[in-house]
Ligand binder design. Sequence first.
Ligand code: ADP
Ligand code: MG
Length: 292
Amino acid sequence: SVPAAILSALSAAARGGVLFKGGGALETLAEVDIFAFDKTGTLTTGRAEMTEIVALDGDEAGFLSLLAGLEAHSEHHIAAAIRREVASRGLDPAQVADVNARPGIGIEGSDALGPVWAGNAYLAEDMKAATDHPALQALADGANTVVYLGRGATVLGAVSVADEARASSAGAIAALRDSGVRRIVMMTGDRRSVALRIGARLGLGPEETHAEMLPQDKVRAVGELAATGRVAFVGDGVNDAAALARADVGIAMGAAGSEVALQAADVALLSEDMERLADAHRLSRRTSRVIR
Ligand code: ADP
Ligand code: MG
């Protein structure tokens, strides 16, 4: 049977919005000395805003409508930001079919004219589409996420999407350090410049900030950390599911996170307040001292 101290800790954590799938996860969390965090939607709010638009042929409405037509099929935070902005301009999304998510890089589909796609520089490269137009380069020189829209091997333009750190993320990281967590790192599929800017706000140095990672890169990095200690991975996306499963303790964002991430995780963080996670870590350590 589960010791009373664990049951009472599980219910105290649940009151703070931290749901453990069992007493075992609470006991393992007590031993965690390395935390790896996803960025988008985890350390950041995920309430991104589309800020800049470059439509290379000058038809901004047509460009935005096609982009929104693709993003209508994605559950990514970036997709939601694009849909909101396009709708606020009174534009309807174009019809796009045969849509496939490309986790960690973007999305692809087809309209009446043929294959179309939206995503980052890796996806553009995969499509053999050049992103070296000066107007696109100017977007890429900024510190926001850039989403390219393309038709086959042609880039039609790009938008930039800005997301900010959650108010509670810096405090949570500081609290975890205070309770003796040895290493804290960020792992993101986003660009290095964006990751460094957010990391700097949160007290994470360049050596603790890993960017441009594909889902499988996150899994490998979690595995490498797991060889040196007990690792918790905190994430929200479809692209985080494998890393959540690989970690000693997988912690998924519950409110806005994806279903797949929640299923792969040992702990669901229902609160938007990251400090509740640091509280739960402290609580797990106190509890494991009591039952030993
Ligand atoms: P993170 O690891 O920070 O949560 P993701 O791995 O989910 O980020 O995404 C990595 C990158 O892939 C994004 O920064 C974006 O450039 C691109 N991407 C992913 N999904 C989409 C999408 N639906 N539309 C456009 N770009 C996307
Ligand atoms: Mg994410």
